[in-house]
Design a protein. Structure first.
Length: 356
């Protein structure tokens, strides 16, 4: 591919307008998107639009992590970046995925970014790799005879995989005008930043059908599987791990992987069968405010029912409520803030009166 400037490409747009929001304004979101490098995060942020009801992409600062909330395609999503590459450690993909899943309770988690390719004859720079399955190359027995993988490869979420396999009409052009391809297959994952032809040859021998490799997928799988959340890894080839690794195609690869994810999640029904039945995600009211409003409604309903019962009794008996000493609790209800309240001594008399 000829030399090109990423900044001159149509996919290298401006970052969105971002503003901090109070963290409890955005509670549950159906999609979490994780990245592991600034070039990956920026590629996703360029495609993020504000959630309904907000004028900016939301920035949520929390302990040890920064989240960005907006829409990816037509799907509300939280986006975050690992503080370090790899799956393990305090700031790796497993730790971040665990935090993000607990925070947003999503239906799906997607890792988006860049990867190395294994076979230049079968694939090209910019081709998008979709994990099926993830193959961990660190878990092996090292001996004189062989180095077999000792962990069972991890299959991605069945629903998510079907969505990416079924995408129709997606097209992304490289700077040279060539279309990139989608390659679904085994994706190697380990803690090593691979840039050595001999080691790459060992990986190819270990997993001949693998389409590429990266560093964070195994951690994502561990966190999502433990939380019973569907997951998938979508990354694009930026180099060949052949001792000539550089960064010149990283922005392109991050953009192609992101573009495919946006295409899939532009379908409003993409998460059908995975979403909870208790409402849609997006900006929400403060949970404590919702609690107090619900409590106020309950107390007022009880008080209204009691007054209605009292009115019915007085109408039937032709009596004056103000002369009924045993119902005096309704004449001067105790007030606490904006909520009607009754003392424990009054409550049995109220119930008795309402039921008489």
């Amino acid at each position: 591919m000829k030399e090109y400037s990423a900044k001159d490409q149509p996919w290298f747009g401006e970052l969105p307008s971002i503003d901090e929001v109070v963290e409890d304004r955005v509670s549950q979101l159906p999609l979490v998107v994780l990245t592991a490098a600034a070039v990956e995060l920026n590629a996703v942020l360029r495609r993020l639009t504000p959630l309904d009801g907000l004028s900016h992409v939301a920035k949520i600062n929390e302990k040890g992590v920064v989240y960005y909330a907006g829409k990816l395609g037509r799907t509300p999503a939280a986006v975050a970046m690992c503080s370090s590459q790899g799956s393990g450690g305090r700031d790796g993909s497993q730790a971040l995925a665990t935090k993000a899943i607990a925070r947003f309770r999503p239906a799906a988690v997607v890792m988006v970014g860049i990867a190395f390719g294994l076979n230049e004859e079968k694939s090209s720079i910019g081709d998008v790799l979709v994990s099926d399955p993830v193959v961990p190359y660190e878990h092996q027995r090292v001996g004189q005879d062989s180095q077999p993988v000792r962990s069972v490869p991890a299959k991605p979420g069945k629903t998510l995989l079907s969505r990416f396999k079924s995408i129709v009409g997606w097209r992304f052009l490289r700077p040279d005008g060539e279309s990139v391809s989608i390659r679904i297959g085994p994706l190697l994952s380990g803690e090593k930043l691979v840039d050595d032809p001999k080691f790459k040859a060992q990986l190819t021998k270990m997993a001949p059908e693998a389409v590429g490799g990266e560093m964070e997928a195994w951690g994502l799988y561990a966190a999502a599987d433990n939380a019973d959340v569907e997951w998938i890894v979508v990354k694009s080839i930026c180099d060949w791990a052949d001792g000539l690794k550089d960064k010149k195609h990283q922005a392109l690869a991050a953009a192609t992987a992101t573009d495919l994810v946006v295409a899939v999640f532009s379908d409003a029904t993409v998460l059908t069968g995975l979403l909870p039945t208790d409402g849609l995600a997006g900006p929400t009211k403060n949970p404590s405010s919702v609690f107090w409003l619900a409590l106020l409604s309950l107390v007022l309903a009880v008080a209204g029912f009691s007054f209605f019962s009292l009115f019915s009794r007085s109408s039937l008996r032709g009596s004056d409520v103000s002369d009924s000493s045993d119902l005096s609790i309704f004449a001067e209800p105790a007030v606490s803030g904006t909520l009607l309240s009754f003392t424990p001594e009054q409550l049995p008399r109220m119930i008795h009166a309402a039921g008489s």
